[in-house]
Write a protein that binds this ligand. Sequence first.
Ligand code: NAI
Length: 308
Amino acid sequence: MKITVVGAGAVGATCADNIARKELAEELILLDIKEGFAEGKSIDMMQTAALLGFDTKIKGVTNDYAATAGSEVVVITSGLPRKPGMTREELIGTNANIVKGVTENILKYSPDTIIIVVSNPMDTMNYLTLKTSGLPKNRILGMGGALDSSRFKYYLSQELGCSPADLNAVVIGGHGDTTMIPLIQHATWNSIPVSQLLSKEQQDKVVAATMVGGATLTGLIGTSAWYAPGAGTAAMVESIVRDEKKLISSGVYLDGEYGQKDISLVVPVIIGKNGAEKILDFKLSEAEQGAFNKSADAVRNMNAVLTD
Ligand code: NAI
């Protein structure tokens, strides 16, 4: 198994670190545009191999796409992250050019790969990758729901005093502060609906905290987060590589599911060796469907910027 991670910055390097520790690949290429940067990060990570006991060969390259040839999975994290006070949407111009160029270069050497898009604004970058690549829709996935659902579980666990790992909770919609929809009515703790365990006030607090989870961290750290984004992306890679068929909220192209067409939004997806193998298209309440449609409108407006 050969995997490439494009962008050796905070998220890309953390994702690569997770991939290596889990030994998801024999060969892992880390590519960045900044001279020597990916090489340095790769050597640093390889110098943890003896300590951590993994056998993945990590190689860093500067813009050398030939080195990525034959990658079965490619993760795209290249692009600007947001600074405090910025929205993900403000990154669109710069990142669209970067993501489009990277996708074209990747496909020259790995025409049948599965791509996971992380760069923001993710819903639009994922849609752009779908359109640029011409790959079947199951081979393009956006990372955002894995992260937002994990943040949702974190905030729920804080209110419930339980382990985040014991919770079932998903976020759908867009990967934006106002477009994501934490499905609190469907969240359970050991099969018990959390709505029966938390007051309305607590539920509202958890939902609000989840939606601004990224912005809260950007305010604290000064740039966007990387541990949970890196782990969320690696979880998606793992489900592909090990054909786990895990249900992970992910950005996928919708063709009628949830009443939407020609758009990439975050929905629960079964991820296996073929990428997005099945979209779980379950019936939302009227309020949830209304919120989903509003998110779709916002993301569609953003996608329109690509052709302006
Ligand atoms: P970073 O600035 O630490 O790393 C980005 C890297 O991309 C830099 O090393 C830069 O040199 C590289 N790069 C820029 N243009 C490139 C090109 N054309 N080819 C190859 N490499 C190129 O940023 P960070 O924190 O790693 O974030 C990366 C992206 O991921 C941002 O757009 C950020 O907003 C997004 N993000 C998305 C999340 C999600 O849930 N979808 C979560 C966290 C971040």
